[in-house]
Design a protein around this ligand. Structure first.
Ligand code: NAD
Length: 247
């Protein structure tokens, strides 16, 4: 399928996990893709551009460089994000500011810099990576969940603001996905095997979500076949949000 032929995308956090899988899928389907990340090591045909989403100058420079290299920008995948653990009692103000800076303000900075390019596109779309943590109360995730709730609300507000400009804005909420991030979390657990089993058991499907499954959902929302879809939140969570199966 070459449904992205002629389209140009930037993917933040595109050097790892969900971002990398999305960038590779879009490229396979004909898109030219720049991965904007702290880590610039990506394989061809992906183009790595250094970017720190917490730094407005860095974001503006990276988006300008991407637009010049790709010849414009049609698609923004706002995916860079970091985790945080604990209750409201466990993280200080500096940590709250740090995680919001990446997970929420980072998306704002990237969208703001990319908007002039998206306005010139014939098929403009933004897809934000949210989380099941936006819509379900998960223990020990107060700060992270608050950022992803903000991502979901921001998605709706942006979809309304940019409707008339023909820029669609949607969000994907993954459940626990098998990425290097989760690998790092498991490595820190007292019993990584038991911790992985607990995460799998939390999914109604009994397994973690794959990066390919999340990438496919992001690509759908980013692409021309979703041209009537804006302001939606697509759960890719193995049924975790909506289902209450009997065991
Ligand atoms: P990952 O750690 O594998 O990849 C994240 C990438 O973001 C890395 O390449 C990292 O370098 C980049 N990044 C981090 N801070 C950055 C910054 N300041 N500027 C630019 N790039 C930066 O993580 P992942 O699991 O693929 O997560 C991607 C997104 O998916 C995140 O927004 C995360 O919240 C969301 N998510 C992940 C899961 C999961 O279970 N893995 C579940 C729900 C949502």
């Amino acid at each position: 399928m070459r449904d992205f032929d002629g389209l140009r995308a930037i993917v933040t956090g595109g050097a790892s996990g969900i971002g990398l899988a999305t960038a590779a899928l879009l490229a396979d389907r004909g898109c030219t893709v720049a991965c904007l990340d702290l880590d610039t090591e990506v394989e061809k045909p992906l183009i790595g551009i250094g970017c720190d989403v917490t730094d407005d100058d860095s974001v503006r420079a990276a988006v300008t460089a991407a637009a010049e290299t790709l010849g414009g920008i049609d698609i923004v995948v706002n995916n860079a994000g970091i985790g945080a653990q604990g209750t409201v009692a466990d993280n200080d103000d500096a940590e709250w500011a740090r995680v919001f800076d990446v997970n929420v303000y980072g998306m704002v900075r990237v969208a703001r810099a990319a908007l002039p390019h998206l306005r010139r596109s014939r098929s403009a779309a933004i897809v934000n990576t949210g989380s099941i943590a936006a819509t379900a109360g998960l223990p020990q995730r107060a700060l992270y969940s608050a950022t992803k709730g903000a991502v979901q609300s921001l998605t709706l507000a942006m979809a309304a603001d940019h409707l008339a400009e023909g820029i669609r804005v949607n969000c994907v909420n993954p459940g626990t996905a098998d990425t290097p991030w989760i690998g790092r979390l498991l490595a820190k657990a007292a019993d990584p095997v038991a911790e992985r089993a607990a995460l799998e058991a939390r999914q109604p499907t009994g397994r973690l979500v794959t990066v390919a499954e999340v990438a496919a959902a992001i690509a759908y929302l980013a692409g021309p076949s979703a041209s009537a879809t804006t302001g939606t939140v697509l759960a890719v969570d193995g049924g975790m949000q909506g289902l209450r199966p009997r065991r």
